[in-house]
Design a protein. Structure first.
Length: 158
């Protein structure tokens, strides 16, 4: 038995147990989660813009066209050599010095294709420069090498 008076016992009966707070809900998220979500959306948008912009560049379009020409060279399409020469000419004309290249033909065009460390080799430059005027023939090893060197040339000049 306790030594409590009835008044004290009555006061003690009025007390309630400790009430725990309600569990924390997941919504709305804390401000840190909003910042993280915003950064994720911005990062995704930046990557998407970069990919879309890259696909619309001259270089990317020229490399896609070069891949199609390579496939035609593998199928021994006679017109693929001419298309490779036209592609190289278009890339050169679309660059910042395009006006300078517009009037070049023959040995001057070959010399321009060979110019600099990013230039084509002499045999490849000559075959590309003469391709539109040469008779249509099956793709040769020189034209396959020309496609390989043209890829490097496009990457450096487009």
């Amino acid at each position: 038995m306790s030594n409590l008076t009835p008044e004290m016992q009555a006061e003690l009966d009025k007390l309630r147990d400790i009430r725990l707070p309600d569990p924390v809900g997941w919504w709305p998220p804390a401000p840190g989660w909003w910042v993280l979500l915003a950064l994720a959306v911005l990062t995704f948008a930046a990557i998407a813009a970069f990919v879309i912009r890259r696909r619309h560049t001259r270089r990317h379009a020229a490399l896609r066209e070069l891949a199609a020409i390579r496939a035609r060279l593998a199928d021994e399409d006679a017109n693929a050599a001419t298309d490779l020469a036209v592609l190289i000419r278009r890339v050169a004309l679309s660059g910042p010095e395009g006006r300078r290249f517009a009037a070049l033909s023959g040995p001057e065009w070959v010399a321009e294709l060979e110019r600099g460390e990013a230039g084509l080799s002499e045999a490849v430059a000559a075959s590309i420069a003469n391709a539109p005027y040469a008779p249509a023939s099956a793709a040769s090893e020189t034209l396959r090498r020309a496609a390989d060197e043209a890829e490097i040339w496009i990457r450096r000049h487009a």
